[in-house]
Design a protein around this ligand. Structure first.
Ligand code: FDA
Length: 310
């Protein structure tokens, strides 16, 4: 309960314009702990560095909801550029995309622009032998994201596109089983948005229990699972569950955020688990940075200390 209150407080404060202005002015130096750079070169350099420790990358051009079709198309072009740049650098392009950033909810020529742009992006990833994960955003977008995911899997195959389910939502257990026919590659997360109690569990213990349940169910159904968490007790339990049920290390991977628990990422990779770091980059780092601060009280001290020094 305290965790949820803390998260709500931080996300509410960081949503204030004056707080954003101050942090944007002074915060880039601090944001670099969680963000690999403002340009694509920084992200590719981060992938190469992680590769030395046997850790894979999941590239994410930072950006959230945009209101104009021009901006959405511009963003989609930048994602295509990212996929080409990774391919040219000899890295199989594995990237994450927020559909709201490429036009989800805007109708152009009778089609949802988010889906039109997602088709271009997943198509390009497939050309390069890559993979796109559709990030999950706040709860009003879940229905449309899952519908569009289903369409994209039908057109491009589950080996080139996946999505995310959030264990804090009451609806997620039913969503997971409704996708089983696609044999989907899913990333399971706890959930990072400010959601009302009517849709999301307010108690962390329930969110954690729901997380384990989702991962086990997805594994038991024979699907590939991205176990995206820094929660060591969950990671240990998932390892034991897989061992006890004869699920091979090829059937799942651990995912963590760039700049968070690098020690644990290295340890898991050294033990032969597939590990992938989510590597965000780009100029629109503020909302992403705020969610990371909201996840852990110690991160607020990190920001305050940094700002006082600056
Ligand atoms: P929890 O919050 O319980 O933390 C477990 C431990 O990790 C604690 O010790 C904690 O202190 C430490 N920790 C967690 N976050 C930290 C941080 N920022 N800095 C330092 N330590 C930290 N969410 C979403 O809604 N949609 C999405 O698409 C995604 N995508 C995504 C991809 C990947 C690869 C990851 C790892 C996470 C996401 N998330 C997400 C975010 C997710 O919902 C969640 O907010 C964070 O992962 C934090 O929750 P944990 O599972 O780590 O557990």
């Amino acid at each position: 309960m305290i965790d949820q209150l803390y998260r709500k407080a931080i996300l509410t404060v960081s949503g204030q314009k004056f707080v954003e202005d101050i942090v944007r002015k002074q915060g880039w130096g601090l944001a670099q702990r969680f963000v690999a750079g403002e340009e694509v070169d920084g992200a590719i350099a981060a992938v190469r560095e992680l590769q030395q420790d046997g850790i894979l990358g999941n590239l994410d051009l930072l950006g959230e909801f945009v209101a104009s079709p021009e901006k959405a198309n511009e963003f989609a072009e930048k994602v295509l550029h990212l996929l080409d740049a990774a391919h040219t650098a000899g890295i199989p392009p594995y990237a994450s995309v927020k559909l709201s950033a490429v036009g989800q909810g805007q109708t152009v020529d009778g089609q949802d622009l988010g889906l039109t742009n997602a088709r271009r992006i997943v198509g390009r990833a497939r050309e390069h032998g890559g993979f796109i994960c559709l990030d999950m955003e706040d709860h009003p977008r879940v229905d449309q994201t899952l519908e569009q995911f289903r369409i994209l899997v039908g057109e491009f195959g589950a080996q080139h596109v996946g999505t995310v389910l959030q264990s804090y939502l009451y609806r997620t257990e039913a969503d997971r089983s409704s996708l089983d026919d696609l044999r989907p590659n899913l990333r399971i997360v706890k959930g990072a948005y400010l959601e009302p109690d009517s849709v999301a569990m307010p108690d962390k213990a329930d969110v954690d229990a729901s997380y384990r349940k989702l991962v086990y169910a997805h594994m038991a159904a024979g699907n590939y699972v991205n176990v995206a968490t820094h929660d060591e007790s969950i990671i240990e339990d998932v390892k034991h569950y897989a061992l006890a049920h004869g699920i091979s290390k090829e059937a799942y991977e651990f995912q963590m955020l760039y700049g968070v628990r690098r020690d644990l990422q290295k340890e898991l990779a050294a033990a032969g688990y597939r590990v992938r770091a989510y590597i965000p980059y780009g100029r629109d780092w503020y909302p992403y940075f705020s969610r990371r601060i909201a996840e852990r009280p110690a991160n607020v001290m990190f920001v305050l200390r940094g700002m006082l020094k600056g």
